[in-house]
Design a protein around this ligand. Structure first.
Ligand code: FAD
Length: 486
């Protein structure tokens, strides 16, 4: 089944812009800096939109979509533009709908539900909720920037998903607009809701291709009383990853369980100029957080340290919050420090069954030898969700060719291991070439049928998920984004 292509007959864009200015004065931004900012996300490919529309209130979205329908204008919703896959890039031009000003937060501490605008920044919501003794766990590493609308549209994950689940697990209701500008309310601020087909869950993770979300009702839970962080060194990646399986078998329930391979550790050590386990040879690492009631955490810590005793070649525990923060800083440094290996990074977010992680890591090490490019890997080992990177220098045609071949091989391997090509970033543009590795023709046709039913003109975030797109054919822009630590 084919998707409709948005058709914007020549001249329609300027008619649409004029109509929008009349209906929503002051919302349309046509200047170069604003268009450029909205032209890219963290994939760093830039496609200029015709204009950016800064939404002030939810009702603006209805007006925008009615006009977009009338004139056949593509509409790409945007939160913070931190997407890793190009999903926020307006590759067909048209309008970018900037939803970041929809930033109201209302907390019901009795029902433990927050009703938030799509533009609320994740970390801001977490701070407000925690001030009331509550907790909103989904925590993408981009949380200081990413918006709730973006998180829902990508079904974002993060480090605490291993215990608490992903964004989807906290969405009770969604409000927004269908492509024709009609309002929807899928779900309510209620704990239980099974009326009709569950289109709420269809919208979650649909990358802005099925509707525009303007607000959400989010489930909150009590804030854990106590947290403890430990860092464990292993001789090999395989021994660390086998320990992950053993931990679950033994009944541990960590709130964070992160893995760093030796390539990542070497980069982080070089970047910071200090050894992570002073006096020890470079090792693979597990970073573990336990949380819960204070007595429970004390008990778990004791058992964990005993459990790890014979398995590790080094253990460190954080005695203070500041020390714990230093441990997490090691993990955060990994991403940036890899640029010492090469100037370009392919960042994948694959998932494999927990027992297959050791095999996957062996494969990345074999791949490193085969293609002669570094493959540093770290990630959410408690979920089987690893960020495998292939580092190459963009100016070198032969390295770029090897990196491209390497990614295709890696994706094939992931699917063969019973895994999935993306666990949190979504498909966007970057993963589109691999969609048919993961899904059968009829599965893809079913997805396209849904897209066609909800967006018959194909104007909502066109070109994403289903269209053939090769990131390699496009030169990334050299730009410093808010989350770059340069
Ligand atoms: C440094 C860094 C670390 C990251 N770490 C993680 C991580 O740990 N876990 C993780 O899951 N992701 C991570 N990401 C990816 C990214 O931050 C998340 O996908 C995030 O949820 C995107 O939010 P955003 O507001 O930036 O959305 P945008 O990038 O603006 O948009 C993302 C997608 O959502 C759509 N969209 C946005 N708002 C709406 C709306 N209101 N209605 C409908 N569609 C909408 C867009 O059209 C686009 O398809 C990371 C990115 C960076 C740069």
């Amino acid at each position: 089944m084919k998707l409709s292509e948005p058709t914007c007959p020549p001249g329609n864009q300027s008619l649409a812009n004029r109509a929008l200015k009349r209906k929503l004065p002051g919302r349309l931004l046509e200047d170069e800096p604003n268009r450029f900012r909205a032209s890219l996300d963290n994939l760093r490919l830039s496609f200029l939109p015709e204009a950016v529309i800064r939404v002030r209130e939810a009702a603006d979205v209805a007006t925008v979509l009615q006009l977009a329908n009338r004139y056949g204008i593509p509409v790409t919703s945007r939160g913070a533009g931190s997407s890793a896959t190009g999903s926020a890039v307006p590759i067909k031009g048209g309008w970018v709908l900037d939803l970041s000003a929809l930033n109201t937060v209302k907390i019901d501490p009795v029902a433990r539900i927050a009703t938030v605008g799509a533009g609320v920044v994740t970390a801001d919501l977490q701070a407000q909720v925690e001030a009331q003794g509550l907790f909103f766990p989904p925590d993408p590493s981009s949380k200081k920037y990413s918006t709730i609308g973006g998180n829902i549209a990508c079904n974002a994950g993060g480090m605490r998903c291993v215990k608490y689940g992903v964004t989807r697990d906290y969405v009770l209701g969604l409000e927004g607009f269908l492509v024709d500008g009609s309002a929807f309310q899928f779900g309510l601020p209620l704990k239980k809701y099974v009326s009709g087909l569950n289109l709420r869950d269809l919208l979650i993770g649909s990358e802005g291709t099925l509707g525009v979300i303007t607000s959400a009702n989010l489930k909150l839970i009590p804030k854990p009383e106590k947290r403890w962080t430990g860092m464990f060194a292993f001789k090999t990646e395989a021994s660390a990853l086998k320990t992950v399986v053993a931990l679950f078998k033994a009944g541990f329930s960590p709130s964070i369980l992160e893995f760093l391979d030796r390539q990542s550790v070497a980069c982080a050590e070089q970047y910071t100029g200090s050894a992570i386990f002073p006096g020890r040879a470079r090792s693979a690492i597990l970073l573990i957080e336990l949380d819960g009631r204070a007595a429970e955490v004390r008990e778990q810590r004791k058992s964990l340290l005993a459990f790890m005793e014979d398995r590790t070649i080094g253990q460190r525990e954080a005695r203070t919050e500041a020390q714990a923060e230093k441990f997490w800083q090691v993990r955060r440094t990994c991403s940036q420090s890899m640029f010492s290996l090469a100037d370009t990074k392919l960042n994948e977010d694959i998932v494999v069954p927990l027992e297959k992680q050791a095999e996957l890591i062996r494969y990345t090490l074999d791949l490193k030898k085969e293609i002669g490019l570094a493959t540093p890997t770290f990630g959410h080992a408690g979920d089987g969700n690893l960020h495998v990177h292939i580092m190459y220098n963009r100016a070198s045609k032969s390295e770029a060719k090897k990196a491209k071949a390497g990614i295709h091989q890696l994706m094939r391997k992931v699917v063969d291991l019973g895994g999935v090509i993306t666990g949190e970033h979504g498909i966007g543009l970057a993963k589109a070439p691999f969609l048919s590795m993961q899904h059968s023709t009829s599965e893809i046709a079913a997805m396209q049928a849904v897209k066609n039913a909800l967006d018959p003109l194909g104007i909502l975030n066109p070109g994403k998920i289903f269209d053939a797109f090769e990131v390699w054919d496009h030169e990334p822009v050299d730009v410093c984004l808010p989350w770059d630590h340069r």
